[in-house]
Every structure is written in structure tokens, then in C-alpha cells.
Write a protein that binds this ligand. Sequence first.
Ligand SMILES: [Ca+2]
Ligand SMILES: [Ca+2]
Length: 312
Amino acid sequence: MVHLILSTLFKIYIDYNQNTVFTDPGEEVYFSGTAGLSCVPPTTVNATFTVPVTALSGPTRMRVINQEGGQGSATTIVPCGSYGYGETEDYVVNIVTPSPYDPAVQNINVPTGTCFTANETVTVQVANYGSNTINLSTNPVTCTLEVNGPLGPVNYFGTLSSGTLNAYGATTQTLTFNNVNMFDGGSYCLNTTLTIGSAGGVVNGSLTNDSLFAPVCRSNFRPTAGPDYELCQFDMIPFGQGLTVSGCATPILDSQTIVLTIAPTTNPTATFTNRSCIICNGCIAHFATGFIDTELRFYCHQFIYPIGWLGQ
Ligand SMILES: [Ca+2]
Ligand SMILES: [Ca+2]
């Protein structure tokens, strides 16, 4: 028999007071909602919740329940119940007592797209996960933004030196980094580290939250310009060599028209009879129709170097 109920519900419980039951107020930390979630195709659930300041520290039981059917009611799932189809999994989470002062990075906002300049603007949001307010006039927070690009890592620095960062992440401040150089073609990955002024004995409670778990990465498809290239028989042409590409609003990933200018010097009257002989790895390449004396064109999908000319 085929089971046709394809909707499911999720709940998450955490035993914050560690009394071995999940029914205390606030211990149901997530419910996926009465609308139900699709099983086919599968649904990815992202749950967010805030650990209360009253939570006991140390290893703590977390229960995740996925139950099929019963949508439409918020009470279908209970911490200790029974159901037909579904799964219950228990985990141990470690609840850590906040440090007095703990500046942390929440987000690194990098422009999107595939074409970047030497003057990009990147913003970094900083919070304080400590239990005490940070007075930035007394204890400024300095952020180092590392931009690891095709030419190697470059650091940019910014400092928050006025206002406050309230305890438990209640407020954030934003640092703006202007003129971030992402001009050259290639991959860029950005991440941060933080330091805090030590006046009054203040220390950074945790270094792990001073960086994002995974850096923010972008790819700039701007071709790297090269000098004019003399095309000879059997030559291979490195990417960018002899090609004039202005900007990169359209990434070099799909159909591109690339013009190769050929100046025969030994025989000015030569004609290019083997016009189908230019190859372009991983792509479809052919000449434009019609006879072109000193200019050959081909169209390329997914231009992958090297290309080479096998003609005469
Ligand atoms: Ca409990
Ligand atoms: Ca920190």
C-alpha cells in the first residue's frame, strides 16, 4: 500500500532548566507551523530561537520531533507522544554562560554579482554577546576585514569608537569599508577578526565568533587583459591574451563573440582556407559566415582556455 500523506510537522524542545522534562514554559523553542511541510519533495527547515538568560549552563538535552500528518493543529506534537510515521531524535547541546564582554560579527555584507571594481563597499555588523554593555568610547572595537583574492590576502581596518553595544546581542553597529579592491578577475573570500580595547581589564570573551563560520565568497569574471598576441599555427592562446574585453557585465560563461585579428606578414595575400580549425575546449566554436580577410570570429559557449588555432 502506498502511503499518501505527504505533509509533516516539526518541533524542537530544549530542557533549559535541566529537570528532564520538556514541558516547562519556553522549552518548546520551535514549531514549523500548522500549514505543514512537504515531504515530497523534501523541505529544509531552518529554525532560529533565542536561549533565555535563565537557562542553566552545561550539557542540555534537545529533542527534535518530525511527525507526519496532523497539520492544522499546534498541539499535534508533544514531547513524549506517539505517532504513525515520523522520527524523534535527541541531542546534547552545550549552553555556555556568556562572558562579560564578547564582541562578535553577525554579518558581512558583500555586493552580489559577478563583476566587481576596485571600489566596492563592504559592511560588517558587529554585536556583543557578552552579559555587560560595551561602551565603545572606552573600549573601541576594531575589525580587520581580510579580503583573500587572486593576488593574495589584503586587510582593511575599521573601528567602532562611539556609542554602545548592548548585552546579549540586543543592538548592533555597522562598520563600512569603502574602496575594497576586488577588480582583478578571480575568486574572493572575505572574513573578519575583532579586537577590543582593554581599558578596565575588558577582554574579548570568545574569538570564535569574531569571524563567520564560512567566509563570504564571490567570483569576479573580469578577464585579465594581456598584451597583443600573435597567432601562429598550433599556438595555444592563454585566456585574456590578445582579447579586448571592456568590463565584465556579462560574465565569460556563455555565448561570447571573440574577435581575433590576424595580420599575415609573410604572405599578405594568404587566405584562411581552414576556417573550421580553431578549437575551443569545452565549447562550440565556429567562424562567422562570409570571408573575413584579417579578422576571424567565433562564438564560444563556456570559454575555457586554452584555445588554439590549427589552421594555416
Ligand atoms: Ca525542563
Ligand atoms: Ca568575540
